[in-house]
Design a protein around this ligand. Structure first.
Ligand SMILES: Nc1ncnc2c1ncn2[C@@H]1O[C@H](COP(=O)(O)OP(=O)(O)O)[C@@H](O)[C@H]1O
Ligand SMILES: O=P(O)(O)OC[C@H]1O[C@](O)(COP(=O)(O)O)[C@@H](O)[C@@H]1O
Length: 304
């Protein structure tokens, strides 16, 4: 079974405005709400692709209930640990640019964290855990490290989509997949990365540091897959970007769904990029149909 872990779920409140004037009254043209948080987005895309998963994490209050009900409605199994305060609301402002305000989220106690650890300790070598997103400020910086240590002890495969030190610290435990974007990759190595070709040496370093598969996305500039067998560069389809929130999460879900189906890295990567772009071209997350429409527009070349 695939488990996704979202330590800090959100209600993503997407508001579209003609323009945004700081210090003025602004009125929206349109708005939408979705359950959010990276692991939750992965579960939702997987579900749309016919792959079951169980969503884990902490949720609370009316927002937590909204998230849980929404997932249940989409037939996604959940096993959240209830916390006292409300799950956060993240604001996504769509003007000519995309501006995000991600909230801090509720306090997580030591008892809640122990409960989570005991849930993770029950996973087996037939399971895969996706750890994705930021860590609430009340949890220790070592949270992901502690959780993947448990995975390693029990032979559980895991995927990690996180930033900076959180990501670096899980590499020695050999994640099956990591997916930084080019800014996050640049931050890891204190450099600026602006093309797919520039990604390759750093991607290879991440493989040396322990990752099994590295996907680096560069928004409209393409994406790169590196593992011990190959280095692939994909270009992305052209289209009207409606909302790129969750595009990265869709790549993770797309890769997992297709890899589980075909065990073919190249096809899984092509599917992953198509899923990312299908989400960017949609108001919410991608659908299987939308991915199918643009799949053949994703061109992959191998770098020898
Ligand atoms: N402007 C765009 N045009 C086409 N596809 C896009 C665009 N922006 C994002 N995507 C798709 O979404 C994927 C992830 O986008 P990116 O912004 O790099 O990741 P993240 O959401 O993790 O920051 C890209 O690899 C691509 O497939
Ligand atoms: O946990 P973080 O880093 O605050 O991110 C949470 C946000 O990330 C998202 O999961 C979107 O992630 P991506 O755009 O990177 O795919 C939103 O749904 C959510 O609001």
């Amino acid at each position: 079974m695939i488990y996704t872990l979202t330590l800090n779920p959100s209600v993503d409140y997407i508001v579209k405005l003609e323009s945004f004037l700081l210090g003025n009254l602004n009125r929206t043209l349109a708005e939408a709400k979705y359950p959010g948080g990276k692991g939750i987005n992965v579960s939702r895309v997987l579900s749309g692709l016919g792959v079951a998963s169980i969503a884990l994490g902490f949720n609370g209050g009316f927002t937590g209930k909204y998230i849980e009900d929404y997932l249940k409605n989409e037939k996604i199994e959940t096993d959240f640990i209830k916390v006292k305060d409300d799950s956060r609301i993240n604001i996504k402002l769509k003007t000519e640019q995309e501006t995000e305000i991600n909230a801090t989220g509720p306090d997580i106690t030591e008892v809640d964290f122990q409960l989570l650890k005991s849930k993770i300790a029950q996973l087996t070598k037939n399971d895969l855990l996706v750890l994705a997103g930021s860590i609430p400020s009340t949890l220790p910086e070592t949270t992901y490290e502690e959780l993947v240590k448990i995975c390693k002890e029990n032979g559980v495969k895991f995927v990690c989509d996180a930033e900076g030190d959180l990501l670096k610290k899980v590499l020695p435990y050999h994640p099956f997949l990591i997916k930084p974007n080019h800014h996050e990759l640049g931050d890891l190595f204190q450099t600026m990365i602006s093309s797919c070709e520039e990604v390759i040496p750093y991607g290879k370093k991440l493989i040396e540091m322990g990752a099994k598969n590295v996907i680096v996305s560069l928004a409209d500039k393409g994406a790169v897959l590196i593992n011990e067998y190959m280095s692939l560069i994909a270009d992305v389809p052209k289209g009207e970007v409606k909302n790129s929130v969750g595009a990265g999460d869709s790549m993770v879900a797309g890769f997992l769904a297709e890899y589980l189906n075909s065990s073919n890295y190249k096809e899984a990567f092509q599917y992953s990029v198509a899923a990312g772009s299908a989400t960017a071209f949609s108001l919410g997350l991608c659908t299987q149909e939308k991915i199918g429409e643009i799949f053949s527009q994703v061109h992959i070349r191998e770098i020898l």
